[in-house]
Design a protein around this ligand. Structure first.
Ligand code: PLP
Length: 460
């Protein structure tokens, strides 16, 4: 088995879905190697994983997951402290993955009673849990207060009295923060705009409730942070608002929560760009650069202001898990009729990888990566929906039924948004140097109807 470094793959045509470039990124970007068995990870051929565990299949790369955690936990050079990092449950909801992340030292960022239940079930201490989200009911408010979490971020003004009331009734004083919306973050149902004094008024209201310990400020941008300028602007707006809170209300924020939003360098928007793919990726912020800039900006700001810097919380979702997982799928059938590229109908489509409608992800031919592409294909999913297409055009070696493809960067929002539309959902395997562990078996037909009440005997 040879593990030579493969040459760069040439000729992928991405033009119909995006004008990113005709080149593709080398598989080594994700730690893949090329061998006689095709693309391999940790010495295992990807095709053999699909043979053993079935296709489609999510493969979690344990070493890369640990590496991303380590990178996020670093103290940037010359700085006193790093950030406290929380795992965004909604981004990658696989219990075995979340459990690993907490064993590696991450806290939990949860947004629903289910996610809170899961965190507790996985043994995360309440003092390491942040609760976010816009849908708090009186019942949820009581649960949050009772559990004495590290921080509950109140999404909008109406939640202030709701949680304050629950706290007073239960004779508790929870740590709370308010989610603010900056001029370029998600807004609408998310957060309270800083603009127009709305966030300031909300803080004033929160501080008037003796049952609340108002210690936090939450600002999740939502829109991906891809470059240093965007990060600087976003952080500056938040820090200027901290100054306003201090000057107007005497509030020193203790927990400054910048949410997630750091982009995965290898996941690109589906827009036209004259730049080569590799250059677009190179310009993206790395985890190290993001941390150094963010922590530096916060520390310097508070140093200049002569006030102690708050604790910095981060809730990276896609940047933590996106590039730690890939999706293997196989060609079920080929339909070459009609004008335009032949349709390669895969066993995975938008039922599993819906996000590919919005993002460019690298896709490799597993068995014959590196062969000169000779055909143009449309990569279509198996469901009866005309929208079910993963890539409008891609150049590949001539495909055969049963060929395996690998969709890269499948670790964020694919499993969370998977559904059982027409087909059962795939299994999930964690791959380590010395072992493969099935952490979620593939859904069965029986699973798919297991919650339904019907005359099952009569139907047979
Ligand atoms: C409050 C909050 N924190 C963190 C995240 C993770 O975001 P991302 O995947 O952009 O890092 C999300 C996702 O939307 C979120 O809503």
């Amino acid at each position: 088995m040879s593990t030579d470094t493969p040459p760069c793959h040439e000729g992928l045509n991405l033009s119909a879905h995006s004008a990113v470039s005709s080149e593709s990124l080398p598989p080594e970007t994700w730690g893949l190697t090329r061998t006689e068995q095709g693309l391999c990870l940790e010495g295992r051929s990807l095709a053999s994983l699909a043979d053993r565990w079935g296709s489609p299949l999510f493969v979690v790369h344990a070493a890369r997951l640990a590496e991303n955690v380590r990178r996020f936990q670093q103290v940037p050079p010359g700085r006193q402290r790093g950030a406290e990092v929380f795992c965004s449950y909604k981004t990658n909801p696989i219990p075995a993955v979340i459990q690993r992340l907490s064993q590696l030292g991450l806290g939990a960022e949860v947004v629903s009673p289910y996610e809170l239940w899961l965190a507790m079930r996985l043994g995360v201490a309440p003092g390491s849990i942040i609760y976010n989200g816009p849908g708090k009911t009186p019942g949820i408010a009581r649960t949050l207060v009772q559990n004495e979490l590290l921080l509950t971020n109140l999404n909008h003004r109406e939640e202030i009295a709701l949680v304050a009331r629950a706290a007073a009734e239960l004779d508790k004083r929870p740590n709370v923060g308010l989610r603010v919306a900056t001029s370029d973050s998600w807004s609408g149902k998310f957060g309270i705009p800083i603009a127009g004094g709305q966030a300031l008024a909300a803080y004033e209201e929160a501080l008037s409730h003796p049952s609340l310990r108002v210690v936090g400020l939450h600002a999740h941008r939502g829109v991906a942070i891809e470059d240093a300028e965007t990060l600087e602007r976003f952080v500056r707006e938040v820090l200027e608002f901290c100054d306003v809170l201090h000057a107007r209300l005497g509030l020193a924020v203790e927990m400054l929560d910048f949410g997630g939003s750091l982009a995965v360098p290898t996941v690109l928007p589906l827009d036209a760009s004259p730049l080569p793919l590799a250059e677009r990726v190179r310009r993206r912020l790395s985890i190290e650069d993001y941390l150094a800039r963010l922590i530096g900006q916060v520390e310097d700001h508070f140093h200049r202001a002569g006030r102690p810097a708050p604790r910095i919380f981060l809730e990276p979702g896609r940047a933590m898990t996106g590039n730690t997982q890939l999706l293997l799928c196989r060609v079920s059938s080929l339909n070459a009729a009609g004008a335009g590229p032949a349709h390669a109908i895969l066993d995975a489509g938008e039922n599993i990888a819906h996000i590919l409608h919005r993002e460019y992800h690298e896709i490799f031919h597993v068995e014959r990566w590196g062969e000169t592409p000779s055909e143009t294909y449309s990569l279509d999913g198996p469901t009866c929906s005309p929208m079910d297409r993963l890539r409008a055009t891609i150049e590949l070696p001539r495909l055969r039924t049963g060929d395996t493809l690998a969709v890269m960067d499948a670790g964020a929002y694919l499993v969370s948004f998977s559904n059982s539309f027409c087909f059962p959902q795939p299994g999930i395997v964690v791959l380590e140097q010395d072992r493969e562990t099935l952490v979620r078996r593939a859904e069965t037909y029986e699973d798919m109807v297991s919650r339904d009440l019907y005359a099952s005997d009569a139907a047979r």
